[in-house]
Design a protein around this ligand. Structure first.
Ligand code: ARG
Length: 582
């Protein structure tokens, strides 16, 4: 395969740098970025390390470097039209036809970085979503699901070996309460009709009634003991039934949100691994007994409790068992936990315990935290936590349904003749929620504003989806063939000389994904698709496709196809569908 335009630039940059600073110069220290102002060029190289090695002032070195680049481009590889020193920077401009062909072919032929990257050797476990079953799927889990699913896809696309894991909250003393509640007030018909609501109702009722009747709590404790005994008894069978039904109910939202897992290993999965985990921790000599509890002391933090003084284990114990299991099973280099910021201490403790064990994997353990979901309260006139509505839990499927219904109303107004309105409304409604969740740095609270997130203007899912649909519509009108092997031989790539903004934006896709992985931040990709949508809209404002001269039209149609495909690809990585029409 021929080298990409970026690889060719890198090779010219390295040769020119060695010519200026000598053969021993470490070319890897020269980063290639983009100029702040796109009108200054397509790529920009800061010359500080080069100047240092050459023993010159940066602007002097930059000048010599730019001259070398121009010479080399003339002699060796004509991909550059200009290389200009501006202070300590050198800005370069790609030859237009080469840029156009490289980007358009790259996208349409699924070459790296647009298509799947070749495998690297990094193994990544991503623990995400992980709701507590038998409780409503709350907004924290929506965020974890959406962020985790996007990261899982981005890591996969960039060649990592990824294990997406749902660490279901399916164990703990609250299950004793649910078992008793179900015995008292459970109704099989209601359970099968709407498992999450029914379990939530009886759980709330248990809380209310146990205030008046403490014997319920004693029964719950006894039920949990019988469950924990590991025997095949009535409690175990009922627990299994409720767990299976809940998990099945989650599949609806998971399908709509495009969340997939390599493994669903909840907290209960570690029940039979707790003993060996505790034995290994004790053998390592890092445990102590404090006030009757077995703990690991950690610097500057409260101790990490393993076994409480009443002999029961906790959330942290199961997370440690999970780390032993995941190390042995997945041999991970990175273990990411996509969990709300309120669990910061828990994950700091966990990482510190692993560091005390001396595992080389400790550095790769990272808490991927995120902020809250806020909604505007018109009475208090401020943004408040979106967790309950008038004391009632909000169910995720209701929120998704509401988004879809609102999208449907918008479609009825804007495009009443559209075919398959329901499917398009689903794509727009759910896509709007996902996009809204991912459009800022994770730690920022998400403002949940229906009008804004469903708007066709601004940084929104519908705005980007609409750009894609507009491109598809041009392609349909042109009767364009969508197969990648339909790139004709005689394309006049130079006809795309005026599409440089679109093309250089697209060229950035690889470094955008690298940054997403580096910082575990999907918003970098959300901004990318928004910019691409906006660049292609401006391009189409000034350039006609269908009415252009045949040669120009053919080239522009390819650009339209490539931009449409890359918008789709970016949205798909984020978990947002791309309707053909909207
Ligand atoms: N079920 C937990 C909760 O809802 C989140 C679990 C996160 N993952 C983990 N390995 N601790 O708070």
């Amino acid at each position: 395969m021929t080298a990409s335009i970026k690889e060719r630039l890198v090779s010219l940059v390295h040769d020119a740098a060695r010519a200026v600073a000598g053969d021993d110069f470490d070319v890897a220290t020269l980063p290639i970025g983009r100029p702040k102002d796109a009108s200054h060029g397509d790529a920009s190289i800061p010359c500080f390390p080069l100047a240092k090695a050459a023993g010159q002032a940066p602007p002097v070195a930059a000048k010599a470097f730019a001259e070398q680049l121009v010479e080399l481009a003339k002699a060796k590889d004509g991909i550059l039209t200009t290389a200009e020193a501006v202070g300590p920077f050198v800005n370069v401009r790609y030859e237009r036809a080469a840029l156009a062909e490289d980007v358009v072919r790259g996208v349409l032929e699924h070459r790296e970085p647009f298509g799947q990257w070749k495998p690297n050797n990094t193994r990544v476990v991503i623990d995400y979503s992980s709701p507590n079953i038998a409780k409503p799927f709350h907004f924290g889990h929506l965020r974890s699901t959406v962020i985790g699913a996007a990261l899982r896809r981005i890591y996969k696309h960039t060649g990592h070996t990824v294990f997406g894991i749902n660490h279901l909250g399916d164990w703990g003393s609250q299950f004793g309460k649910i078992l008793v509640a179900f015995e008292e007030w459970g109704d099989h018909e209601a359970l099968h009709r709407d498992p999450m609501r029914h379990l939530y109702e009886i759980y709330v009722r248990f809380k209310r009634e146990s205030d008046a009747d403490p014997s319920l709590n004693e029964r719950a404790a006894e039920a949990f003991r019988r469950l924990e005994s590991g025997e095949d008894n009535a409690e175990r069978r009922r627990w299994q039934e409720l767990r299976d039904i809940s998990l099945e109910a989650f599949q609806g939202p998971y399908g709509r949100l495009a969340a997939e897992f390599e493994a669903i290993t909840g907290e209960s999965f570690y029940e039979d691994k707790i003993e060996s985990t505790l034995a290994q921790l004790k053998d390592a000599g890092i445990t102590t007994v404090s006030e009757g509890a077995l703990v690991v002391e950690v610097d500057g933090m409260p101790p990490c409790i393993l076994v409480k003084s009443d002999g029961t284990t906790i959330y942290a114990t199961r997370d440690l068992a999970a780390l032993y299991y995941r190390r042995a099973t997945y041999e991970f280099d990175k273990a990411l936990y996509v969990v709300g910021a309120e669990q910061k201490l828990h994950f700091r403790q966990l990482k510190e315990v692993i560091a005390k064990l001396g595992w080389k994997e400790a550095d790769g353990i990272e808490h991927i935290d995120f902020g809250l979901v806020l909604t505007f309260d018109p009475e208090q006139k401020r943004w408040t936590k979106f967790s309950t509505r008038g004391g009632n839990a909000i169910f995720l499927d209701e929120v998704l349904d509401e988004a879809v219904a609102k999208a449907r109303t918008i479609i009825d107004e804007k495009n009443p003749d559209l075919a398959d309105k329901d499917a398009v409304a689903e794509a727009i409604g759910v896509g709007a929620i996902v996009f809204n969740d991912l459009k800022n740095t994770r730690i920022k609270d998400v403002k949940f504003d229906w009008d804004e997130l469903l708007s066709f203007e601004g940084e929104t899912g519908p705005y980007v989806q609409y750009a894609g649909a507009r491109l598809s519509s041009i392609l349909r009108k042109a009767g364009s063939n969508d197969a990648a092997d339909s790139i004709p031989k005689d394309i006049a790539w130079s006809a795309l000389h005026d599409a440089e903004r679109v093309l250089t934006t697209m060229l950035d896709f690889g470094s955008v994904l690298e940054r997403c992985v580096d910082k575990n931040e999907p918003y970098i990709l959300t901004s990318f698709v928004t910019s691409l949508a906006s660049e292609i809209h401006s391009y189409l404002r000034e350039h006609h496709v269908l009415s252009a001269e045949p040669e120009v039209k053919a080239a522009r149609l390819l650009l339209v196809r490539a931009a449409r495909d890359l918008i789709r690809e970016g949205l798909a990585l984020l978990g947002v569908a791309s309707p053909e029409e909207m």
